[in-house]
Design a binder for this molecule. Structure first.
Ligand SMILES: Nc1ncnc2c1ncn2[C@@H]1O[C@H](COP(=O)(O)OP(=O)(O)OP(=O)(O)O)[C@@H](O)[C@H]1O
Length: 338
């Protein structure tokens, strides 16, 4: 996808730009996740790839083919929707086979391909049921099997797990990745859930307000966030103006430290370049064995993840190693070179 922009015309002929010069590549045989908050344009982007929406400018290529103005049915893509999108009056088998029937595939081949996709998704024993007789998880599997049966070049998924309960979502994440690895499909996967993006993806594209904030492997975007937005969105990094005592950070620098990178000072040997924060514990969140202490130092509340239980209002010093202190330009939020 190259330099894709999309504007919608709203009331009083006002145009709103939803996507602004988005360029991205989803490598063949990999899972690329588009991650962003609600309304940032993820679904619109996916619909443009599917051909259900046309870009105002820019182009879409699938492999060597330019498909910007190709009809959705001839693009070689299949989409799985958040709300399953099943036909309530058709059986599971008919739901899965329907797109093949529309494409003119002969009945015997439809059945073979439908059954193969259903077997992959472990729903081959419910082929004669109606959608209303299935659980939410099974319905979503039917939606995915229907997309797979078409043997698409690209599988587009729009928040496919968001209607499932938490436990099932975790199971389905692992299963979807296993399925993708088995068949080697190219997947473009939309989610607003950072854990889903981090655990499932080969590549993550972080979107914000219609543009790409950063793209890379999950490790890259987590360990080297390009902006304060990405740092806060993935893993909730502490971000605060550099304290006056901090050497090496000029005025106008924002410091970033992940809560898990703070060490209580009395459990660690000081090293050159450590960032030391001294303050009073204002609040503690218990997370199993660890807790997140909210430490007030001046105007800033730092969150430090420690494994010690400490009383509220007690003063504590925590330190972060220089390598775990990120620096960003305070005005633009962009990462500063070391
Ligand atoms: N057909 C349309 N006409 C006008 N505005 C639209 C249209 N489709 C989407 N929008 C607007 O575009 C913006 C982005 O929508 P989109 O559905 O792509 O976001 P999203 O990131 O997928 O959000 P969500 O996670 O809530 O689905 C929203 O403000 C939405 O209201």
């Amino acid at each position: 996808m190259r330099a894709v922009s999309k504007s919608f015309e709203g009331a009083k002929r006002q145009t709103t730009r939803i996507l602004d010069g988005v360029s991205l590549t989803a490598p063949a045989g990999q899972i690329t996740t588009i991650l962003g908050e609600s309304g940032c344009g993820k679904t619109t982007l996916l619909r443009i790839v599917a051909g259900l929406e046309t870009a105002t400018s820019g182009g879409i290529h699938i492999g060597e083919r330019e498909v910007t103005s190709v009809h959705p049915s001839r693009r070689g893509v299949a989409m799985v929707f958040q709300n399953y999108g099943l036909y309530p009056a058709k059986t599971v088998a008919k739901n899965i086979e329907f797109p093949l029937k529309m494409a003119g595939v002969a009945p015997a081949e439809r059945r073979t391909r439908g059954l193969a996709a259903a077997t992959l998704l472990h729903i081959d024993h419910v082929m004669d049921r109606m959608p209303a007789q299935l659980s939410g998880g099974q319905r979503q599997r039917v939606g995915i099997a229907r997309a797979l049966a078409r043997d698409p070049e690209i599988l587009l998924m729009d928040e496919p797990l968001s209607n499932l309960d938490a436990q099932l979502r975790i199971e389905m994440r692992a299963e979807l990745v296993a399925m993708q690895r088995r068949i080697g499909s190219t997947m473009l996967y939309v989610t607003h859930d950072q854990t889903e993006a981090m655990t499932m993806s080969d590549r993550v594209v972080v979107m914000r307000g219609g543009h790409i904030e950063q793209q890379g492997t999950p490790e890259e975007v987590f360990q080297v966030p390009a902006t304060t937005y990405v740092a806060a969105f993935l893993g909730n990094m502490n971000l605060a103006p550099a304290p006056a005592s901090e050497t090496g950070a000029g005025a106008g620098t924002t410091l970033g430290v992940r809560p898990e990178h703070f060490l209580p000072a009395d459990h660690s040997v000081p090293q050159e370049g450590d960032l030391c924060i001294e303050g009073a514990i204002e609040y503690a969140e218990l997370l199993g064995t660890d807790r997140i202490l909210h430490v007030r130092a001046g105007d800033t509340l730092w969150r430090a993840r420690v494994d010690a239980a400490l009383p509220l209002h007690e003063r504590i010093t925590v330190r972060a190693r220089a390598a775990n202190v990120h620096r960003f330009d305070a005005e633009s939020g962009v990462r500063l070179a070391v």
